[in-house]
Design a protein around this ligand. Structure first.
Ligand SMILES: [Zn+2]
Length: 583
């Protein structure tokens, strides 16, 4: 067997996708969830265990397990094979085509980051790591937390990493993000004398670092890895690979500002916590989080920068249809300080009771603008309008608008007026195509033919000869099934799908992957389907004869009329017999 086929046969697409997308059972062989490739409110992402195939009815993402791994992790085909094989303990055949330059580079980068994590950790525990250890102790980090988060220290000499990575060729070294190139030739460490936080992708591989300066006034305070072939900043969230299970369990993401907050909160036992890696929150990051839960509590630092970041994040989160609440801790404490002072339980309670983002924004508007003047109130309203517009549910939006008016002391009518002015440019997704008109039996027929080579062997020869199929909306799909049946009797759903044009392909997907049922013909039902087919054929043939008979009678061609009547009688007889059981 081809390696690709062997690989596909030994992994389960439901398990693979289920690692990244919460799936619920939607039929005997089918699972549904929210699409990881576009933002949606109701699940339109379907995964078939029977056909080992996924399909999104919202954005039309579709394919087999390899395609999913490619699209989801942004990998090339050979890389996806390798990823799947490695994770499932299947040995890869050594073949040149699986080792092109791009994947070679990525593998080298992963390896370099592994080496870097080890080297930084050794430094932290070594003689040079004294300051960093003292800092961590001052911040109250336990030895276990330092281990768990693989914290390290980058050597001050500026040559340590260069030495560690000397076995890699220049062209790989230069794009690693770990070293820089000197003007006069040679390399230097990008991170020097910093506390190092490894950043991982969702599968847990180290792909970059955040480095915190230890000296007072040292700039920048945080230095992060540059983008590389393995580190795409706009989609990576700090700690997501550790937090994702807890996020699903809790049904909630806790978003904090910094690495230390994540480590503090996580170590205290609140595990569903993540941070953006030293960047402003991006829509790609929100989507990465949203795959695990659509509820988020934003808990940034209680200073001006934190408040500004919260405000920006709220807009971003609402654009991606997240349910947002905001937690602002009392006493000017950041999350890390708060859990240390009050414990995880109190913090957990605070999370439970975090207020809706609207209250937080309204509160902010009141501080920003003078609510005693009508100009101030209008300015406050204008400040809040963008957030009101982003509430996607109509009723909820009207309610929020009313509450805001009350809160700001403005007439409700005024809010609605302002709102109508801006509400015109709504962002709606094109409506899903209407379901095609396939009868129930036609749907079951298509499903059965796709599912079972045995059923095909019984039905295809018979169907092929039937003129009735001309009236079937699925006739183009059936024609491809017949052709495949001749050439590769054990064809897969994927093979069939590939040969269809877009319209037929969606018709197939809707019939096989989105119906309320996965019902296929039993042997008996297949037989009665064939009998029904025969009846219809006779009916059609009878119709033709009847028309010709009329013509013959009108033309006064009696011999022809008798011949036709004779034929009709013959045709009628076996039908009567045919529907009697046991004949
Ligand atoms: Zn989609």
């Amino acid at each position: 067997m081809e390696f690709v086929e062997q690989l596909k046969a030994s992994v389960d697409i439901v398990k693979v996708i289920g690692e990244y997308v919460p799936l619920r059972k939607a039929g005997p062989n089918r699972y549904a969830g929210r699409c990881p490739f576009h933002t949606e409110k109701t699940p339109s992402f379907s995964v078939s265990s029977q056909h080992q195939y996924y399909k999104c009815f919202g954005c039309d993402a579709k394919g087999d397990v390899i395609k999913f791994v490619m699209e989801f992790h942004h990998l090339t085909f050979p890389e996806a094979l390798k990823d799947l094989a490695e994770r499932n303990g299947i040995p890869m055949p050594v073949r040149q085509e699986y080792h092109n330059t791009e994947s070679k580079l990525r593998n080298a980068l992963y390896e370099m980051h592994e080496i870097a994590v080890r080297a930084f950790r050794a430094n932290l525990n070594g003689p040079a790591g004294g300051d960093a250890r003292a800092y961590l102790q001052k911040r109250g980090l336990s030895a276990a937390a330092i281990e768990h988060f693989e914290l390290g220290f980058s050597d001050r000499s500026g040559q340590d990493m260069v030495k560690q990575l000397r076995q890699f060729p220049a062209e790989q070294l230069e794009v690693s993000g770990l070293v820089g190139k000197r003007e006069g030739g040679g390399y230097y460490d990008r991170f020097r004398g910093r506390l190092m936080f490894p950043i991982h992708d969702e599968s847990g591989k180290a792909i970059g670092f955040g480095g915190r300066a230890l000296g007072a006034g040292e700039e920048p305070k945080y230095l992060n890895s540059a983008e590389t072939a393995i580190y795409k900043k706009s989609t990576i969230l700090y700690n997501l690979h550790r937090a994702k299970d807890a996020i699903r369990k809790a049904g909630r993401v806790v978003l904090v500002e910094g690495y230390m907050d994540v480590i503090g909160v996580y170590s205290a036992g609140v595990r569903n916590v993540i941070a953006s890696c030293g960047t402003a929150l991006t829509s790609g990051q929100v989507r990465s989080a949203r795959r695990h839960s659509e509820n988020m509590v934003v808990n940034f630092d209680p200073d001006t920068a934190g408040a500004n970041a919260t405000e920006r994040s709220i807009q971003m989160l609402l654009d991606e249809r997240m349910h947002v609440r905001v937690l602002q801790l009392d006493g000017g404490l950041d999350p890390d300080e708060y859990v240390k002072q009050f414990g995880a339980e109190t913090y957990q309670e605070k999370l439970e009771n975090a207020s809706g983002y609207f209250l937080w924004l309204a509160e902010r508007a009141r501080k920003k603008f003078d609510m005693r003047t009508s100009d101030g109130r209008i300015a406050g309203l204008k400040f809040l309008l963008p957030a009101i517009e982003r509430v996607s549910d109509k009723l909820e939006r009207a309610m929020v608008a009313g509450e805001v008016a009350d809160y700001l002391g403005i007439e409700r009518g005024l809010v609605l007026d302002e709102f109508r002015k801006t509400a015109v440019k709504g962002q709606t997704r094109p409506a899903a195509k209407p379901a095609p008109a396939l009868s129930m039996s036609e749907r079951i027929l298509v499903r059965s033919l796709v599912a079972d080579a045995g059923v095909r062997a019984v039905l295809v020869p018979r169907l092929r000869a039937s003129p009735i199929l001309e009236n079937y909306a699925s006739r183009a799909i059936l024609a491809v099934i017949f052709a495949l049946h001749d050439n590769e009797p054990d064809f897969t759903f994927h093979a069939l799908e590939e040969r269809l044009d877009e319209g037929q392909s969606s018709l197939l997907a809707e019939t096989v992957l989105a119906d309320n049922t996965d019902e296929v013909f039993t042997r008996e039902q297949a037989d009665s389907y064939l009998r029904m087919l025969e009846l219809e054929e006779r009916k059609a043939a009878m119709g033709v004869l009847r028309a010709r008979l009329k013509q013959a009678e009108r033309a006064g061609d009696m011999p022809e009329a008798f011949r036709l009547m004779q034929k009709m009688t013959e045709l009628g007889r076996p039908v009567e017999r045919g529907i009697e059981p046991g004949v």
